[in-house]
Design a protein around this ligand. Structure first.
Ligand SMILES: Cc1nc2c(=O)[nH]c(=O)nc-2n(C[C@H](O)[C@H](O)[C@H](O)CO)c1C
Length: 163
């Protein structure tokens, strides 16, 4: 039984953790999910490290929403750097599912973007854990999480066959 860690935040304006759980459960079996909710993105690195080191998680999906202000963008940079450090220290993947609040126009589109990105990265995490060669089939295919896939230079029309 593998353990998938899920870190999310109360700062985010959409429950991406719920989308991740739904999508993982629809994708496969053989895992348990451990969820750890923190206030904001700068709290994610230590939560992920604790899930890996204290709970034995094999991979982490980390969901967060940087706000629109310059100080939020700095927070996102700090959080990402921390997440990178935890990956290097623990030798485990942390799939960073960040949706910037100003990526979408309006709350409805923001929610759709969050849901799609969370679900598509949940699938990535699942395959990284159980079948890493699955992703190799899609190497260089211009996949985009949350947006339409853009395709490869060889065939820009063939991007989104995975979804
Ligand atoms: C400025 C700021 N911006 C964000 C943000 O854009 N997104 C987010 O999730 N959290 C933010 N926070 C909160 C910090 O990440 C953290 O939760 C607090 O500093 C407490 O450690 C802060 C303080």
């Amino acid at each position: 039984m593998k353990l998938i860690g899920l870190v999310d935040t109360t700062f985010a304006r959409f429950d991406m953790g719920r989308s991740v759980i739904q999508e993982l459960n629809a994708t496969g079996t053989g895992f348990r999910i451990m969820r750890y909710t923190v206030p904001g993105i700068k709290d994610i690195p230590v939560a992920a490290k604790k899930l890996i080191e204290e709970q034995g998680c094999d991979i982490i999906v980390a969901c967060g929403m940087p706000g629109p202000k310059p100080v939020d963008k700095i927070s996102a940079q700090i959080a990402s750097t921390g997440i990178m450090q935890v990956q290097i220290l623990t030798n485990k993947h942390i799939i960073e599912v960040f949706v910037h609040e100003d990526e979408a126009e309006g709350l409805k589109d923001l929610g759709i973007l969050c849901d799609r990105r969370a679900r598509e990265h949940a699938i990535n995490a699942y395959h990284l854990l159980f079948d890493p060669e699955y992703l190799t089939r899609y190497a260089g295919r211009g996949l985009r999480q949350g947006y339409e896939d853009v395709g490869s230079t060889d065939d820009p029309l063939k991007g989104g066959i995975r979804h």
